[in-house]
Design a protein around this ligand. Structure first.
Ligand code: NAD
Ligand code: DAU
Length: 369
């Protein structure tokens, strides 16, 4: 496939999916430039970008998407022609307890980026440009067990403050195409998992808690369903959309991989039990793990109060991106979850620093000038 060189602004580049995207892009298109922008909120971690810090094609800017003059200046000075917008407040539980930050970053922040893009690309006549907005399947609301998976035509019915803020940002992005002619695309993806995911999200939380012998909290009855996709498969979908996707189009990205929460937790438990059985070193490294006292990881499962307004089921119909752009996930859940467990075992310091709250100091000492 022909690749047109781009200079990218990647927002939220120090977060989970954004940092994986930076790694993916720089290895896929060596020499192409990335300006990585991140406000380094609690979820942003400069350590996620260590391996690319010395790449001449990579520049990190510590800044907030809400700072329109900063974004305008960056687009102009760095001659950026593509924005890949990941930056967001992303955790549903936090949005329930404190929605304000979600409305500010996800709605106002996205609008700030759009304003800067309009000023630099439209008002000065930069024809070849693209604003890609990374969104979520949560904008479509919840499905009953037998309903067909979400297509791009599904009605927007967001249920949490997080989902509502993402839905709002999708609409604003769309309006900037219709009103001003900005070249926009949107992707709505299902639940991601993989390396560098902040251990407040289900899969990394479960891995870390098993290793430390802590409770595995299951909200409600644990029968809620999510559709899981390995993070690199999400980023490959975004790459296809940037290169081949039609302007003013929305593409769902997903892996046709529905699991109940309790089953995914039990599967993760089983895989970690296998690791303890396979290597004696695991017991020495993780003395508090239940396997050391002859118990299975599942013994840590603890049912807790349900999340307020908890969506029952998400499922993505990804046939549009697959038919139009030839998209297909490369990882099965079995290969993806094994890679993810390997990564968390190999990067214990990374998650420990986050979980014990000392990571900010560690990042400042090791990763910041
Ligand atoms: P994350 O919370 O791990 O990372 C978000 C990043 O954005 C962090 O580095 C944070 O510091 C940065 N950020 C937050 N506010 C900012 C601001 N005002 N200015 C600049 N940077 C700011 O999130 P994630 O899981 O990597 O999600 C990335 C994007 O993908 C989000 O837009 C999310 O809605 C979307 N998404 C996530 C998933 C998923 O399963 N995680 C699935 C579908 C879509
Ligand atoms: O669907 C895409 C969305 O997936 C993204 O837009 C969000 O940014 C991302 O955080 C994710 O949202 P979820 O709420 O689905 O993910 P989370 O990992 O928080 O929870 C997954 C499921 O597991 C959900 O049904 C809640 C449940 N859960 C979660 C945690 C953290 C538990 O039962 N116990 C837990 O401790």
């Amino acid at each position: 496939m022909k690749h047109i060189p781009t200079t990218l602004l990647v927002t939220g580049a120090a977060g989970f999916i954004g940092s994986n995207f930076v790694h993916y892009w720089l290895s896929q298109y060596p020499g192409e430039s990335i300006v990585a922008l991140d406000a380094l909120t609690y979820a942003g971690n400069r350590a996620n970008l260590t391996s690319v810090e010395n790449n001449p094609a990579f520049t990190f800017v510590h800044g907030d998407i809400i700072d329109t003059p900063l974004i305008t200046q960056l687009l102009k000075d760095e001659q950026i022609n593509t924005i890949v917008h990941f930056a967001a407040e992303s955790h549903v539980d936090r949005s329930i307890h404190g929605p304000d930050a979600f409305l500010k970053t996800n709605i106002e922040g996205t609008h700030s980026l759009l304003k800067a893009a309009k000023t630099i690309w439209l008002d000065t006549g930069v024809k070849k440009h693209r604003f890609h907005h990374v969104s979520t399947d949560e904008v479509y609301g919840t499905l009953s067990p037998d309903e067909p998976a979400f297509t791009e035509q599904h009605q927007y019915l967001p249920n949490s403050p997080y989902a509502a803020s993402k839905a709002s940002s999708d609409h604003i992005v769309r309006s900037y195409h219709h009103t001003y002619g900005l070249n926009t695309t949107i992707s709505n993806c299902s639940n991601n998992y993989g390396s560098y995911q902040f251990p407040e999200k289900l899969i990394p939380l479960i891995i870390a808690n098993i290793l430390d012998g802590k409770a595995l909290p299951i909200y409600g009855d644990g029968k809620q369903i999510r559709d899981w996709l390995y993070v690199d498969d999400h980023n490959r979908g975004i790459d296809l959309i940037i290169r081949k996707g039609r302007v003013d189009n929305t593409y769902n990205i997903g892996g046709d991989n529905e699991w109940t929460n309790i089953d995914i937790v039990k599967r993760t438990c089983g895989l970690l039990d296998d690791r303890f059985e396979a290597s004696e070193k695991m017991a020495a490294r993780f003395p508090k793990a239940p396997q050391n006292s002859g118990k299975k990881a599942e013994s840590l499962i603890t049912y807790v109060d349900d999340r307020l307004g908890h969506d029952r089921r998400y499922a993505i119909n990804a046939s549009k991106i697959s038919t139009e752009l030839g998209y297909e996930p490369l990882e099965s859940f079995e290969t993806g979850i094994r890679k993810t467990i390997d990564w968390y075992l190999a990067n214990e310091e990374w998650w420990r620093r986050i979980m014990d709250g000392s990571y900010r100091e560690w990042i400042l000492q090791n990763y910041c000038d």
